[in-house]
Design a protein around this ligand. Structure first.
Ligand code: NAD
Length: 505
């Protein structure tokens, strides 16, 4: 391996997949410069023209989906079915969603001023310029190309720094964009480590980051130096609450899928479960029954669980489970690396007798572990769910939807599902993102595209009078008139009958 490249290896087999060149600071500078030129041309295109090019791109992705599935399974170790069902399904649907909705979300808005009726006021959205996207390794396409789609539809160019563990699918997807007729260098991928990402933050006009809390804080600090906007989609420790009136079969099914999908390497994975004591054993039995049936193995086989993607992540899961066992947790299933498989396979694991002294209940696990804790009642469950620095997603299971809604409202998280889990991510109309240390900003919905735009207010005078009452010169008459108006509009009394309690303002 030369100094300027890094190796990408399969986490499932250890096989080398590629040597990938590292983008130097100078190459990043050039990439952004080229992106700027491309952006100027791109911004001239109408929403319909941009949408047409996105649809052409989608056709090419579909024509190449077996190759893409090879790349994603190779670099992540995830089952092939998850590439089709998650990565590609999301990407194709998101292309259609942004192609159809960008114009609506970014349409100029007429604002009716309550005061200066002689002005027409319009709020418009224009592109920011070059957007940098820094991505993690758990969804190498969704969290790179997927996040680029609204930025592109808003008229920006995009430069992506993918994770050094999983750059291959994003590199290939960017090649396809040019084949689809997109302007040259409109979408670029610059592989590398943290240095490359830092060089990108130094050049772009906005940064959209998905990754860990620790790196997210560094990104925000660096972006603050240049005062560029940031969107941060960070980690989570999502809580699931199961009340005694829940449909336990549905809850158990949602839990097993929501905690173990992609081997638990999902930002919105169910990471901890609180169950009311009356149904605790019934729920645990149902979870166990389902987990025992799961198949784990190479991505080419029909399996539910593949390998984990990174050795470091596997080590973290092992350490958290060790810590939990040392503090009194019990393993009902799994609890170790899969002894039959040589890659980074960790068995789907069910832990009980867990509590908040344990790392497994407090730190993000990002692995195939379901820690289940018994709670007295819903109040205790809510208190424990909120006893976390994170606030990404959550879920609550109950047959009483009204109560479910009240509990969902008191869980500190960006999204909460009632009798469901994780599904909010594919509802692209719905804003998704974290509170507390889980991030700043939203992907999806109106907020998910307006963050990639500069909002500008236009104020247009309607009548073209020679003079305005508040312009110079000052006069006694104007003073008296303003004083009278202040009293009339804002003093409690009969004026309120006309203008409401807020007065004219
Ligand atoms: P990470 O923070 O280690 O790396 C993310 C990206 O940041 C990588 O591309 C990395 O090269 C880059 N990077 C490293 N140092 C940097 C620096 N100093 N400045 C800028 N960028 C730098 O995260 P990861 O391990 O790749 O991903 C897993 C994390 O991502 C988990 O915490 C997970 O919860 C989070 N995640 C969040 C969401 C979400 O939507 N909220 C989605 C997926 C993953």
């Amino acid at each position: 391996m030369s100094e300027n490249t890094f190796e990408v290896r399969s986490p499932a087999t250890g096989d080398k997949l590629a040597d990938v060149p590292i983008a130097s600071a100078e190459e990043v500078r050039l990439a952004v410069e080229h992106a700027r030129a491309a952006q100027l041309r791109w911004a001239q295109k109408s929403f319909d023209e941009r949408a047409d090019l996105l649809y052409r791109y989608r056709d090419l992705l579909i024509d190449n989906q077996e190759k893409i599935a090879d790349l994603v399974t190779g670099e992540t170790g995830k089952p092939r079915s998850e590439v089709y069902g998650n990565e590609l399904f999301y990407l194709y649907d998101a292309i259609g969603f942004w192609a159809k909705n960008a114009a609506k979300y970014l349409k100029p808005e007429n604002i009716r001023p309550h005061l200066l009726k002689s002005k027409k006021v319009v709020s418009i959205y224009s592109p920011i310029g070059v957007v940098g996207i820094i991505g993690p390794w758990n969804f190498p396409l969704v969290l790179t190309i997927g996040d680029a789609l609204p930025a592109l539809m808003a008229g920006n160019a995009v430069v992506i720094k993918p994770s050094d563990l999983t750059p291959l699918a994003a590199l290939f997807a960017a090649e396809l964009a040019e084949k689809a007729g997109w302007p040259e260098k409109l979408l670029q991928v610059i592989p590398g480590y943290g240095d490359t990402a830092e060089a990108l933050i130094d050049r772009v006009d906005m940064i959209s980051f998905t990754g860990s809390v620790a790196t997210g804080k560094k990104v925000m600090r660096q972006a603050a130096e240049r005062l560029i906007p940031v969107a941060l989609e960070l980690g989570g420790k999502d809580a699931m609450i199961v009340l005694k009136d829940a449909d336990l079969d549905r809850a158990a099914g949602a839990c097993v899928w929501g905690a173990l999908m992609n081997s638990g390497q999902v930002c919105t994975s169910i990471e901890r479960v609180y169950v009311e004591e009356a149904v605790y054993y019934g729920f645990v039995d149902r979870v166990l029954e389902r987990v025992k049936k799961l198949r784990q193995g190479p991505s080419a086989e029909l399996v539910e669980l593949g390998s984990m993607t990174s050795a470091a992540q596997l080590g973290k899961v092992e350490a958290q489970v060790r810590d939990a066992l040392a503090k009194g947790a019990k393993v009902l299933h799994g609890g170790q690396r899969n002894p039959r498989l040589s890659g980074y396979y960790y068995e789907p694991t069910v832990l009980i007798d867990v509590d908040h002294r344990m790392d497994i209940m407090r730190d993000e696990t990002f692995g195939p572990v379901i820690p289940i804790m018994k709670v007295r009642d819903a109040e205790e469950a809510i208190r424990l769910a909120n006893d976390s620095p994170y606030g990404l997603d959550g879920s609550v299971f109950t047959r009483d939807r009204e109560r479910g809604r009240l509990i969902a409202e008191s869980i500190e998280a960006g999204s909460v599902c009632i009798n469901d889990g994780l599904v909010n991510f594919v509802i692209t109309e719905a804003p998704m993102g974290g509170i507390k240390e889980s991030g700043i900003g939203r992907r999806h919905g109106m907020e998910g595209i307006r963050k990639y735009a500069r909002q500008k207010t236009l104020v247009i005078d309607r009548f073209g009078m020679k003079n305005e009452p508040n312009w110079f010169p000052a006069s006694k008459f104007k003073n008296q008139a303003v004083r009278a108006a202040l009293r009339l509009f804002y003093r409690s009394g009969w004026g309120n009958k006309f203008f409401g309690r807020g007065g004219a303002g």
